[in-house]
Design a binder for this molecule. Sequence first.
Ligand SMILES: *[C@@H]1O[C@H](CO)[C@@H](O)[C@H](O)[C@H]1NC(C)=O
Ligand SMILES: *[C@@H]1O[C@H](CO)[C@@H](O)[C@H](O)[C@H]1NC(C)=O
Length: 207
Amino acid sequence: MLLFLFVLFAYILSTSYGQGQSSQFNEWTYNNYPSPFKNPEACRRPEPSFICDPNEILLARQDQVNIVLKKIFNDTDVPCYDDTGIKKSGYVVMIALMNKINRTFSSSYTDNTRAIHTEAAWFSYYVGETWHRDICDENVVILYSKEDGVLYTSTQSLARKKLSDDKVALVNLRNGHYFRSKNRDKILRGLLKVAEAYKLVLEGGNV
Ligand SMILES: *[C@@H]1O[C@H](CO)[C@@H](O)[C@H](O)[C@H]1NC(C)=O
Ligand SMILES: *[C@@H]1O[C@H](CO)[C@@H](O)[C@H](O)[C@H]1NC(C)=O
């Protein structure tokens, strides 16, 4: 049943992105948040990218982070093959930035921290499935919502074998201070630090 729902959601999502859609939200739900692969303009990117930043939290500096994410894809190895038997390139680490999450999963929650955590978990799960759907399970999604003050990473099962929840927690703990002030330069630095740490771990190193 769950699987069916997820497939259905993916279908709805893939049909709802208009070409060149430019509508701006301050609060986003998983189903109106754009894909940086399919709709880079709405993500404030000049070309298909691994990062989406519709509210321009990084202004024009998303590229510095995107370069690291591209390198992760290029320089890591996943034990998977495509339909033609060609070995796939590496882990797909994607970033979703937003001003605020429009809460849809946690309206009945009284504990705010738990509500934000739940929203971030579902949001990152859904956009990951929508942006890059694959049987290899090599996706990682880093979500940062500025007004909610949440930095969250979701990992699919193959990625989690290397980038375990413990390692994610450690990296986020070490770099959380970059995100607290909500200052653009610091957020950029923080995302670069997190992406570099994940790169190291996915290449087989340790943090
Ligand atoms: C949040 O989402 C709901 C349902 O899609 C929508 O009606 C509402 O206008 C959204 N709120 C904001 C602030 O965008
Ligand atoms: C990734 O690989 C492609 C194809 O080999 C290459 O054109 C590109 O420059 C590489 N990008 C990075 C960031 O390493």
